[in-house]
Design a protein around this ligand. Structure first.
Ligand SMILES: [Zn+2]
Ligand SMILES: [Zn+2]
Length: 186
């Protein structure tokens, strides 16, 4: 194998605290942390136009970070090539999306290999966990089955035993206008 530059890095990216939620991503060694940041945002339905992201090598993340990355592709850590991190198979780094809500991800390097498909356009999402969908409780009440995209924290029971899962359309209803809706990632 040649130097890391032409290698394809295969990462498994999992949500911290919900490790059953994962995406497998392939990216070229000469692509950058900004490229990886962007594909992770897309893969997990995070905003691609708002909030900072940062990769980090240890903990705490804010002292071991590679530099912040803006959603527009700028920032201190944006131009760092993947290959320059010197990662070996099974090495794990972290990724934090949104310094406010701090959504952490484990980023584990599963393998490095030569690209076998010259037409492939990296980075790529190659696989993901089997989603176990929640369904909208409001639609269910009228006999409809719609996949929930959000949970309304104001309408859920406080102990979390009865989460108010709602679909996109129900989220727009007046009922939830002033409520805090959190996106569901599958
Ligand atoms: Zn609904
Ligand atoms: Zn509500």
């Amino acid at each position: 194998m040649k130097s890391g530059i032409t290698a394809i890095y295969r990462f498994k990216v999992a949500l911290k605290g919900r490790r059953g939620i994962w995406r497998r991503i392939e990216i070229r060694g000469d692509q950058t942390l900004a490229d990886l940041d962007r594909i992770i945002r897309i893969a997990f339905n995070h905003d691609t136009w708002d909030h900072l992201g940062e990769f980090y090598s240890g903990k705490p993340w804010y002292r071991s970070g590679y530099g912040e990355i803006n959603p527009n592709g700028g920032g201190e850590g944006a131009k760092i090539p993947i290959a320059s991190l010197g990662l070996q198979e099974d090495d794990r780094i972290g990724y934090v999306y949104d310094f406010g809500s701090e959504i952490h991800h484990y980023v584990t390097l599963e393998s490095m290999s030569e690209s076998t498909d010259p037409a492939a356009r990296y980075p790529l999402i190659v696989s993901r966990n089997n989603p176990r969908y929640k369904y909208c409780v409001e639609c269910a009440a009228s006999g409809k089955k719609n996949v929930a995209t959000q949970v309304c924290l104001d309408c859920s029971t406080e102990d979390g035993s009865e989460p108010e899962y709602i679909c996109e359309d129900c989220g727009y209803a007046d009922k939830h206008e002033e409520h805090f809706l959190e996106d569901i990632v599958y």
